[in-house]
Ligand binder design. Sequence first.
Ligand code: NAP
Ligand code: G4F
Length: 338
Amino acid sequence: MKKALITGVTGQDGSYLARLLLDMGYDVTGTIRANSQAKMTRLRKLGVADAVRLVDVDLSEINSINRAIRGTAFDEVYNLAAQSFVGSSWDQPIYVADVNGLGVVRLLDALRTYSPQTRFYQASTSEMFGRARAVPQNEETPFHPRSPYGAAKVYGHYITVNYRESFGLHASSGILFNHESPVRSAEMVTRKITLGLARFAHGDHVPVELGNLDARRDWGFAGDYVEGMWRMLQQDVAEDYVLATGITTPIRDFVGFAAEALGLDLAWSGTAEAEHAVDRRSGKVAVKVNPRFYRPAEVDLLLGDATKARTRLGWQPKVTARELAEMMATSDYDDGRA
Ligand code: NAP
Ligand code: G4F
């Protein structure tokens, strides 16, 4: 039975990956921050809360990392823990650098010291492309991060490559484009939209307030992406891979997909900060722009090229952005009825 450690197991990806590995017969340990017991919701929703062994680890605290790594000979370690909300990274840039950047080297150095045979996955991100120098983006595209989050992740990415090249660790970095699910954090735009519109569809006519509707993202389903992470660690030679769908969608269109799934009929009007959408059936404003959600520096367009993952890992995303919006909106609507 293979043993895996997932940092950030209480998060969206951690929960889906835990379920995937348990289904494959792995013994799964997950890290949780002390006092985070309330955050077991996602593991419970995916039906695996009781099957995962939990250890207290904070990536900003070296001793907790060393204790977790020293105690067990893990076959695979997936580093999914991070402060993952880009929007708040301008408010706490030092902490984000510590957790998302230095946290990675703390973990890698513990592996180098105590368990060099363990295979390692680092959760890198398309946010590293930032003001993208090429469209679409692949493993060769230069990075130009646009947020403290992205800058910290670039360090995490390169230190993973460096420990592979310096110490021969089997360390892979997955450059993952946005992936969502019904257990996506409510701060992220997709879930904010589906939660807000589901409430609206239930008759709570409070408009969903959004920032930049013109930004475009390459959105896939988290369940597909965690399978890609696993495939990376099954390769004989560790390398880095992009996971993406190859289709980019404006935020405005994702709103439309979710609204349609909920039987809302939106009419858009106005421009820039005055842009809004009225639901024709109720006559109420369902969506409006609030500049409070604009970012100091925006990533306007992400579009991934996952040719390498497709050809080398046999990985394929199965869910489109429209299907994703339907899945999330329906789940939120059904939860709201309960
Ligand atoms: P998520 O839902 O926000 O989960 C993040 C996890 O990290 C949570 O379990 C959180 O624990 C934990 N965490 C936060 N700060 C920590 C710290 N100081 N020490 C230990 N654990 C800490 O994020 P996700 O969407 O699953 O993403 C997983 C990883 O992939 C992240 O590294 C993210 O940056 C990266 N990524 C995500 C996407 C995406 O579209 N989802 C794309 C590319 C890369 P608490 O519950 O205690 O807060
Ligand atoms: O949903 P978002 O917050 O995701 P973002 O910034 O792309 O980051 C996510 O994906 C990254 C991969 O590229 C991950 F690394 C990261 O951890 C996270 O999972 O925002 C998407 C877009 C942005 O352009 C933002 O400005 O939506 C725009 N947006 C417009 N209105 C909004 C809102 N974003 C949020 N969160 N809230 C809004 O009201």
